[in-house]
Each structure stands twice: as structure tokens, then as C-alpha cells.
Design a binder for this molecule. Structure first.
Ligand code: FEO
Length: 397
């Protein structure tokens, strides 16, 4: 395969996973597939930046072989331990056993625990440099973006930041750069990626962005480990990360519910009418049939969350339980919430959802709305007013 360099002597050798439909187990649905990007720098020291997911090891080796024999690799930069980036190492190291790995101390520990091998490893920290011959690398630790071991690598001469997970997207396409794909799709996938993977680490990301700014690194390109890299306008994604890390959102509402016999769904639909009547944008999702990744993406940009469930046994219906558990892990901040649902003889689901909002730090400004069995006309009117009131709260925030 002919490989076009991304800059003189720097070759993309990663792979496209066209059929990936799930990521992180089944926690993230990747409808556009994904890529595992790796880069080969041909200099006095032949250097590989990151590898790929293990099942694609042979493809990575073939891509490297198209440029240099893998045996000639001197240096491997491991920006991140997670197996979508390091999984090919065991196979690769059979071909270049004397290659020296470089990564953070946590990276060294993580690789040992994953692969149980004793590879030659150089621990690096922020500010450390590595001369490759005509080029120089500088390392920047990036703790929790996305794991404790994560780091960025900056190529001084070409002004390229190899950012690994940060600024990436799950977006499989033969194009490599931001000027080659529709910006709307690119930014949607970048936001979805941030929402579903990086949202809980927003305060750390805000600090890291400040640090990057303070380093005053000239940036011609951000080369990511997933999806599209940024060469036309690296500032666009840096600016977006700044807004996302600051928990910026819009006066919109997401209503997510699960229903047993349709009563909670009737409530949800009437609540949506109330929200709409106030002129506030709203999205409605049935947690039992909806793609959770898409719900989280909508919640990421919305100020208000309404959650509803019929009572089932002694609590919330199972799809809602699983959904809310996921939301808890994302630690949304600066949001308002509300609770509704129908019940037969025990109103425990509503009480439990109130507690979950509290645990998430999502402020509830109006009493929950619980209706026994099915809502009648008066009950539906209460739902409508409940929606209206919530929309007013969101607009006023
Ligand atoms: Fe793409 Fe945190 O791995």
C-alpha cells in the first residue's frame, strides 16, 4: 500500500477499523467505525509513535514494512497503555526486540501488567526531550486524558502534537485531515467522543489546555490516535475543548424515560409538549430502545435533564437503571434535573431517581411528578405544566 507522509519523513502506519460498532466493551456505539492511528518517523533513529489494537497487528506490520523493515525500529513512543493503542506491541516486539520504549512511569507499570514482558523502557516526564537525528521530540504528560499513563509527544521541527486520545473521534474514513471531511460531521464525532469518554476529566483537561497554551508551542498539526487529524485549523478543536472542559451547554432539554405499560411514556410526551410550548428545544429518548451514546451526546450540550421511569418491583426499570449508572460516571456539572414516573402502589422509582440526581450533583428545582397507574386528563395537564415549568427553569439558568 502506498502511504503518503503527513510531513516529510513522517508516515501514517495505523489502521482503519471500518466495522467497529462498539468501543470500551459496549459502552460506546461507534456507528462510523474508528481508526487506530500510528506514525512512523524515518530519521537516524527510526521511531514509531503508538501502535494499534492487537487484532490489527499484522496490518500495522505490513504498513511499517512498506516503508522500512520493522527490525530497524529503534524507538517506540507509547503515549497510552490502553490496548487500542498498545495491543500490537507484543507482536511488534517480536520483530524489533531491541527497540527502546518511551512513556510515563504509569505507562511502564501498565504495560508490565497488561503484557507481562520486560521490554527496554525509558521513563519520560513533561519537558524531557529525545533527539532522533535531524528531529527532536518533547514529551508532555497528560494524566487522565485518558488514563493515568497518558502523554502527548511534540515533534519540534514539524510542529506536530501527537495527542493520542485527546482531540480524536471515532470516525473511520480514508481521509486523514480536517480539510478533507465535512466539518459538521467531524465536530459532531469529536463532541460525541469527548462526551462519552473525556467528560469526567474536564477539570484536568481545562488545566492541561492552560499548560499547553503557556508552553507557547507553535502548532502546525495535531495528529490524533483516533479519526481525523487537525492541520487546517488545530485552533478549532483546542477552542472546542476549552468550551467543553468549562462545561458550557445550551438552554435545551433531554427527556429520557423507560415505561412498562405506556403510562410513563404518555407523561413524557405531554412533558415534551410543555417544554416545546415554552419555546425550548427538547429531545425525547426511550432508554430501552435508544442508543445511549446518542443520548449522552445530546445531554452533553443541554442544560436540563428530565428522567422518568415506571416503578418496577422496588425501584427503577432496568434500562433506566443502567443508563443512570452511566450518567453518574460522567459527572455532569452545571446542569438542572427533574424526575417523573407512574407507579402502582409504591413510588420508590421516583425517590431513587431523585437520589441519583443528587449523587450526580444535578440540582432539582421543582418537585417530582408521580402519577398512579395511568394519567387522566388532569394528570396530563399536570405533565404539561411540569414540562413548562422545567423549561422556564432552564431558560432562566
Ligand atoms: Fe483510545 Fe484511551 O484509548
Amino acid at each position: 500500500m502506498a502511504v503518503n507522509p503527513i510531513a516529510p519523513g513522517i508516515y501514517p502506519v495505523g489502521v482503519i477499523d471500518w466495522n467497529a460498532r462498539h468501543f470500551h466493551g459496549h459502552t460506546y456505539s461507534t456507528k462510523r467505525g474508528t481508526t487506530y492511528n500510528a506514525y512512523l518517523i524515518v530519521d537516524k533513529k527510526i521511531t514509531l509513535i503508538d501502535t494499534v489494537y492487537g487484532p490489527f497487528s499484522d496490518e500495522l506490520l505490513a504498513n511499517i514494512r512498506a516503508i522500512v523493515p520493522p527490525e530497524k525500529i529503534d524507538t517506540i513512543i507509547v503515549n497510552h497503555v490502553e490496548t487500542d493503542h498498545s495491543g500490537a506491541l507484543p507482536e511488534l516486539m517480536k520483530h524489533c526486540p531491541r527497540a527502546k520504549l518511551h512513556g510515563t512511569a504509569k505507562c511502564q507499570q501498565g504495560l508490565e501488567k497488561y503484557y507481562h514482558e520486560k521490554w527496554d523502557f525509558q521513563v519520560v516526564k513533561t519537558g524531557d526531550k529525545l533527539n532522533l537525528g535531524a528531529r527532536n521530540l518533547t514529551f508532555i504528560e497528560a494524566t487522565m486524558i485518558h488514563w493515568p499513563d497518558s502523554m502527548f509527544t511534540y515533534l519540534v521541527e514539524e510542529q506536530i502534537l501527537f495527542s493520542n486520545d485527546a482531540f480524536g473521534q471515532h470516525y473511520a474514513t480514508s481521509e486523514r485531515f480536517d480539510d478533507e471531511v465535512p466539518n459538521e460531521v467531524l465536530m459532531e464525532e469529536a463532541a460525541k467522543y469527548y462526551a462519552n469518554i473525556l467528560w469526567p476529566f474536564s477539570s484536568l483537561i481545562a488545566r492541561k489546555l492552560d499548560e499547553i497554551r503557556s508552553l507557547n508551542l507553535p502548532l502546525k498539526m495535531i495528529a490524533t490516535a483516533h479519526g481525523i487529524s487537525w492541520r487546517k485549523d488545530p485552533g478549532q478543536i483546542l477552542e472546542a475543548y476549552g468550551r467543553w472542559a468549562a462545561n458550557e451547554c445550551q438552554p435545551k432539554v433531554v427527556v429520557t424515560y423507560e415505561t412498562m405499560w405506556g403510562s410513563t411514556e404518555k407523561m413524557a410526551r405531554k412533558i415534551v409538549e410543555g417544554i416545546t410550548a415554552e419555546g425550548v428545544s427538547v429531545k425525547l429518548f426511550d432508554a430501552a430502545v435508544s442508543d445511549r451514546t446518542e443520548i449522552i451526546y445530546e445531554m452533553f450540550t443541554s442544560k436540563g435533564y428530565l428522567i422518568g421511569s415506571s416503578n418496577h418491583d422496588s425501584g427503577i426499570l432496568p434500562s433506566m437503571t443502567s443508563f443512570l449508572d452511566f450518567v453518574k460516571g460522567l459527572k455532569p456539572q452545571n446542569r438542572f434535573g427533574g424526575v417523573f414516573g407512574s407507579y402502582g402502589w409504591s413510588g420508590l422509582a421516583v425517590k431513587q431517581m431523585e437520589l441519583i440526581l443528587k449523587e450526580c450533583g444535578i440540582e432539582q428545582k421543582q418537585p417530582s411528578l408521580a402519577i398512579q397507574y395511568a394519567p387522566d386528563a388532569e394528570g396530563l395537564q399536570r405533565c404539561f405544566e411540569f414540562g413548562r415549568e422545567f423549561a422556564r427553569i432552564v431558560k432562566a439558568a
